[in-house]
Design a binder for this molecule. Structure first.
Ligand SMILES: *[C@@H]1O[C@H](CO)[C@@H](O)[C@H](O)[C@H]1NC(C)=O
Ligand SMILES: *[C@@H]1O[C@H](CO)[C@@H](O)[C@H](O)[C@H]1NC(C)=O
Ligand SMILES: *[C@@H]1O[C@H](CO)[C@@H](O)[C@H](O)[C@H]1NC(C)=O
Ligand SMILES: *[C@@H]1O[C@H](CO)[C@@H](O)[C@H](O)[C@H]1NC(C)=O
Ligand SMILES: *[C@@H]1O[C@H](CO)[C@@H](O)[C@H](O)[C@H]1NC(C)=O
Ligand SMILES: *[C@@H]1O[C@H](CO)[C@@H](O)[C@H](O)[C@H]1NC(C)=O
Length: 575
């Protein structure tokens, strides 16, 4: 009790200041962020010249880094925010933008690209040129969250249209796009792919979480549209995905490990982002779906936030229970490995979402898993359920509100005058860095502000779900592999060998040190036969190694899509 009292006293002065700083930031930054989003959407956005109608550019930055492309993930998250604004009646001017997005996505789904065609894995292609032609350069592909996020954005719109009496437009135009995306999720959720930061090819918590959501709400929509057999298929796979989702939990250190591969700590903004983008205000503090106020999500948030306390100079001197600047993951080195506006905003948003639910249910539950999170604010708090009539409830609620505001206050502090939001700000001095006017930074700011004001989007059916007692694999995953023989014609000198490496786990994720040695039994043809995941596109190259020196084949990367079943032979020749 005494500890809590002292804490409240010591913070009271700065808290009042902080809350009004955040109020002022919300007031000044909201219109800038909204305009920043719209400026980056074609055809008439002021910073997106050349983008087709409905196309979201990631950022107008064309060098160091060049982000003048459209990513399915970023675009879908941005349009989910706009569709929420429209369907909640907050901005009735957005209809044309949204319909443009629908048309753009219908078109881009059909564009053949290095991940495949619309029916052979092309929906997993992460990014396109802003005229919607395929991007054919090297990239971390496929990324399997994009189709799920696009389905979720469009399902939100479709549900509103049906309620508005416009089922015909849903059936003719929106539902066909959603069906393609959910078909992709059904067949590919159980295969590896690159994570949301485009670096690690494995299974990723964010991807699995958004896939689950899309299938669950897709089943409800399929039912509403009278397609009971698709509804059943989606629901069956949603149950399987929900089962798999539980496996990311680290029961020793109490957080969701973000990726199954990659050799990192697994502490990553991935989890806060998963929580806010699968928030269902009707689902309470359910841990199975990782709701923002669930014990597992709060514990993961603490573990993630704490990972940045000592590594960024901008966080030095900040109390160990106060907000800090956060980045993607502590091991990040991209552009120097800095804090990001959108990850710091995501932490605030998760906490506001939690407060929304506590406000609704009138109680806060502290479990052995969330105890460390709550003890940051009151060292004497114990496991239990605290009703809104108790001082523990009001003290904890106020402390979490202060903590949440702290993250927005950090973003406010490092937002340059003028209000433009880049991708990152310097870990050493807070100067804005990397791509300017990042659309996702603006959208993340708007959704965090909305959550602070208690705005909630529609429920997606996360309430009361039961995890199956044993996990099943999906139709396109698990045991589904095909036999692929690689033949490479290459003359070599004595001591020299030919190896294979490529973009998927089974091809060693482009590693040269663990690249697969081919057999010279049929020299000068070198060969290897591998079991690879079915219906999967990948890139690969052969390399030579002699005396520790590695020589790559010349560009471009080679490309192949495995069949759904059976086997294939690939005949290549050194180039
Ligand atoms: C249905 O929605 C589409 C897309 O916004 C619109 O073009 C059409 O006029 C709407 N139809 C009705 C009957 O509201
Ligand atoms: C496929 O699903 C099974 C069952 O949940 C799981 O054990 C396995 O790790 C999954 N693999 C991938 C790549 O998703
Ligand atoms: C801030 O840090 C960045 C690198 O993180 C550096 O490039 C820049 O010069 C620094 N600015 C100031 C004003 O110190
Ligand atoms: C929660 O309730 C408090 C007290 O009614 C209110 O001030 C606050 O804005 C609410 N917060 C959210 C995020 O709904
Ligand atoms: C590899 O090293 C051996 C021993 O030093 C040498 O004889 C040989 O020429 C080297 N081969 C190549 C291709 O450099
Ligand atoms: C690959 O080469 C083998 C041996 O030369 C040949 O039998 C086979 O038909 C070729 N396959 C393809 C797909 O070109």
């Amino acid at each position: 009790m005494r500890a809590l009292f002292v804490y409240c006293l010591s913070l009271s002065a700065s808290v009042w200041g902080q809350s009004s700083i955040v109020d002022a930031y919300v007031a000044s930054e909201s219109p800038i962020a909204k305009a920043g989003v719209l400026a980056n959407i074609g055809p008439s956005g002021s910073k997106s010249a050349g983008a087709k109608a409905g196309v979201v550019i990631a950022s107008p930055s064309t060098s160091d880094p060049n982000y003048l492309y459209t990513w399915t993930r970023d675009s879908s998250l941005v349009f989910k925010a706009l569709i929420d604004q429209y369907t909640l009646g907050q901005d009735t001017t957005l209809r044309t933008e949204i319909d443009n997005f629908v048309s753009a996505e219908a078109a881009v789904q059909q564009v053949s690209n290095p991940s495949g065609t619309v029916s052979t894995g092309g929906l997993g292609e992460p990014k396109f040129n802003i005229d919607l032609s395929a991007f054919t350069g090297d990239w971390g592909r496929p990324q399997r969250d994009g189709p799920a996020l696009r389905a979720t954005a469009l399902i939100t719109y479709a549900n509103w249209l049906i309620a508005d009496g416009n089922t015909s437009y849903v059936s003719s135009t929106v539902w066909p796009i959603i069906k393609l995306d959910l078909g992709y999720v059904v067949t590919s959720w159980n295969q590896t792919g690159f994570d949301l930061w485009e670096e690690i090819s494995s299974s990723s918590f964010f991807t699995t979480a958004v896939q689950h959501r899309s299938l669950r709400e897709g089943a409800t929509l399929a039912s509403a549209l009278g397609d009971q057999s698709l509804a059943t298929q989606y629901r069956t796979q949603a149950d399987n995905v929900l089962c798999f989702l539980q496996s990311y939990w680290n029961p020793t250190n109490f957080f969701m490990t973000s990726n199954t591969g990659g050799g990192r700590s697994g502490k990553d903004a991935n989890t806060a982002l998963a929580s806010i983008h699968t928030f269902d205000p009707a689902a309470g503090c359910d841990a199975v779906t990782f709701q923002p106020c669930s014990d597992k999500a709060l514990s993961s948030l603490k573990v993630y936030v704490d990972a940045f306390r000592s590594i960024y100079s901008v966080n030095s001197g900040i109390a160990s229970n106060a907000a800090v600047a956060t980045g993607r993951y502590p091991e990040d080195v991209y552009m120097g490995g800095n804090p990001w506006y959108l990850t710091t905003a995501a932490v605030a948003e998760q906490l506001y979402d939690a407060i929304i639910v506590w406000n609704r249910t009138g109680s806060i539950e502290v479990t052995s898993i969330s105890l460390a999170f709550f003890q940051q604010f009151s060292s004497s708090v114990t496991v239990g359920v605290y009703a809104s009539s108790t001082t523990t409830y009001s003290d904890l609620l106020a402390a979490v509100q202060t903590f949440a505001d702290g993250f927005l206050a950090i973003n406010a502090k490092y937002t340059p005058s003028g209000g433009g939001l880049a991708e990152q700000f310097s870990r050493s001095n807070g100067t804005a860095l990397s791509a300017v006017d990042l659309t996702w930074s603006y959208a993340a700011t708007l959704t965090a502000f909305g959550a602070r004001a208690g705005v909630v989007s529609a429920s997606w059916g996360a309430s009361g779900l039961k995890v199956p007692s044993s996990c099943s694999t999906g139709p396109g995953g698990g045991g589904s592999t095909v036999s692929i023989t690689f033949n490479e014609y290459a003359t070599t000198v004595s001591g020299e060998n030919i190896y294979l490496t490529g973009s998927i786990d089974a091809l060693q994720d482009w590693s040269t040190s663990t690249a697969l040695l081919l057999s010279a039994d049929k020299y000068p043809t070198w060969s290897i036969t591998l079991n690879l995941p079915a219906s999967t596109s990948f890139q690969y190259k052969y390399i030579r190694k002699v005396n520790g020196t590695v020589t790559w084949e010349s560009d471009p990367n080679r490309q192949f899509t495995t069949p759904a079943s059976g086997s294939s032979v690939i005949n290549d020749s050194w180039r």
